[in-house]
Write a protein that binds this ligand. Structure first.
Ligand SMILES: [Zn+2]
Length: 172
């Protein structure tokens, strides 16, 4: 995909002197970024600024991801837009401290933002959303009263679980 070439920055150029900046702005289907997930319902927007230091490049900005997913308790479809903060450091492998796993390596003089972008998107995929903190859900917890299901005309519909009680007659 030609568009995502914009996510490859020339590290040598940026590190020519501290303070140089490169703005990356692009809107693209998540599938072009290698993230194929039904919950991402529209294009992802990438807005990142790379700023060079003495021997590292800091990448800062946001990703915007429109999503849809069901409430994990009541399964109501929910939708939203996740705004994901990105804050990464890129360095030549030789400059990275051995115990530093927060820094991405610069390889072949290239800063490849794609893997970081992909990682952030996957982490923020909604898999534990609630329609509200007080969502009662559809599961009957022990001790709860049985649900009264209503039709559109507001006529209460009997819970089938209680139908057996109708056939139960107690002798005096
Ligand atoms: Zn819910």
């Amino acid at each position: 995909m030609a568009r995502i070439q914009a996510l490859r920055l020339n590290a040598r150029e940026l590190l020519r002197e501290p303070g140089l900046q490169k703005h990356v702005e692009l809107t693209t289907p998540a599938t072009d970024l290698g993230v194929d997930d039904d919950r991402i319902v529209d294009d992802v927007t990438i807005d990142l600024m790379a700023t060079s230091g003495v021997d590292s490049v800091v990448v800062h900005g946001t990703l915007t991801m429109p999503w849809e997913a069901p409430c994990r308790r009541c399964l109501t479809d929910l939708a939203g837009t996740a705004t994901i903060e990105v804050d990464e450091v890129y360095q030549y492998a030789g400059d990275i401290l051995s115990d530093d796993d927060q820094t991405f390596p610069i390889e072949n003089d290239q800063i490849d933002l794609l893997s970081a972008v992909r990682e952030h998107l996957m982490l923020e995929l909604p898999d534990d959303v609630l329609c509200g903190d007080d969502c009662a859900g559809i599961r009957l917890e022990p001790g709860d009263a049985p649900d009264v299901v209503t039709r559109d005309d507001d006529t209460p519909v009997r819970d089938e679980r209680w139908a057996a009680l109708d056939d139960l007659r107690l002798d005096d």
